[in-house]
Design a protein around this ligand. Structure first.
Ligand code: ADP
Ligand code: ZN
Length: 364
């Protein structure tokens, strides 16, 4: 089992560990007792994850004589709502949870976001740990302490920064993860290679087939590297003021595509399209070598991510959403672009004509 220590500003939160390995779940009871002592543990999960792993985790805790309960809610982004949040809190109260209780998020990004949000607010906050079960959650959303729920007006509108007491990643969870969920997570993994670590990008190119075959050792190394890169960036910039913005590589255009598709395109697939668009813009305006752009395109394709924007998504729609984004930030849209592989920078404005032509050029 690999361990990565996340060091945080002591005034804000205490440091914690990310543990990564195969069968981490076998040791979960000890890890929880050591890092998050509590009188009552409540696992929060969705119905899909609960059906495969819920009983297993509950048994592990009960096997160590730890008082434990489980709350499940429907799977999917629609469940990241106020309604679900209140229903979970009502269940917590019925189960007798109080300030000596602690929460355990078992699931993907949705479970992690909702559980973290509740942990940060329930009875003015209780501790929680993350046990992420999707690749997306293992390499991205479980690290950094962002929590949120959606409102009818938009995604992630209500949220907090609240750090977990630990993140426990069992690579074994990925054995049952559907292929499109795997590809979606791989988009963020590839992003880390592009923005931070060329050697890691090379590793991904060499091992993409093994990754798709879910080779344990390769997955473990890949997840460890991803967590290390994300935690490095998060540590320096806990509240997203400066450096952390490079993590938004591919996300400006990606978010516009995701929203324009009414969220029928997954976050990772949209980010993948956004990264390719950013690479194309960088090639055109900032001399990103053609070979670098080609490598990015090729790796995304090998990872099962489409490099074409569906015809049903209009260029005007994407541009309108980007403009709306611009209003939020003042007069310029801040794109993360590339000087070369591993060298991102924040650009202060891309001409609309270039945006339009890039998006058009990526249509099916
Ligand atoms: P993400 O982590 O990508 O943000 P979700 O939390 O919505 O996404 O999880 C995506 C879907 O995958 C949900 O339907 C969830 O129940 C399911 N899921 C999560 N982890 C696993 C797993 N290890 N095996 C199978 N299905 C899983
Ligand atoms: Zn993302």
């Amino acid at each position: 089992m690999k361990k990565i220590k996340v060091n945080l500003d002591k005034k804000v939160a205490s440091s914690y560990e990310i543990c990564i390995g195969y069968d981490v779940l076998d040791r979960i009871g000890l890890l929880i007792v050591k890092n998050m002592p509590a009188l009552h543990y409540i696992i929060i999960t969705d119905v899909n994850v609960s059906a495969i792993y819920g009983g297993l985790l509950l048994d592990r805790l009960k096997g160590m004589a730890l008082p434990a309960d489980m709350i499940e809610f429907p799977a999917g982004e629609d469940a990241k709502s106020i309604g679900t949040t209140i229903a979970i809190v009502e269940r917590l109260i019925k189960l007798g949870a109080d300030r000596k209780s602690a929460l355990i998020a078992l699931g993907g990004g949705v479970v992690g976001d909702v559980t973290g949000f509740i942990a940060s607010t329930f009875m003015r906050s209780v501790p929680y740990i993350q046990i992420p079960t999707t690749l997306m959650a293992q390499v991205d959303s479980s690290i950094g302490g962002k929590t949120a729920i959606d409102l009818p007006e938009g995604k992630n509108l209500l949220g907090t920064f609240y750090q977990p007491r630990g993140v426990y990643i069992d690579v074994k969870f990925l054995d049952t993860l559907p292929e499109d969920e795997m590809s979606s997570g791989l988009a963020e993994v590839i992003k880390y290679g592009i923005i931070d670590d060329v050697a890691f990008f090379n590793f991904l190119e060499r091992n993409i087939e093994a990754i798709k075959d879910r080779d344990r050792d390769v997955l473990e190394e890949m997840i460890e590297n991803s967590c290390r890169i994300k935690k490095g960036i998060v540590e320096i910039d806990e509240k997203e003021l400066g450096l952390r913005r490079v993590l938004n590589f591919g996300h400006t255009i990606g978010h516009a595509i995701e929203a324009e598709s009414n969220y029928t395109i997954s976050h990772g697939a949209a980010v993948s399209l956004g990264m390719l668009a950013a690479a194309k813009i960088s090639e055109r305006l900032y001399d990103l070598p053609e070979g670098d752009r080609e490598r990015i395109e090729h790796l995304l394709e090998s990872a099962g991510l489409s490099c074409r924007i569906p015809q049903t998504i209009t260029t005007d729609g994407i541009i309108t959403r980007l403009r709306a984004d611009k209003k939020k930030e003042g007069d310029t849209i801040h794109f993360v672009l590339l000087k070369k592989m591993g060298m991102p920078f924040i650009n202060g404005g891309v001409p609309e004509s270039v945006l339009r032509e890039t998006v058009e050029g990526m249509k099916k």
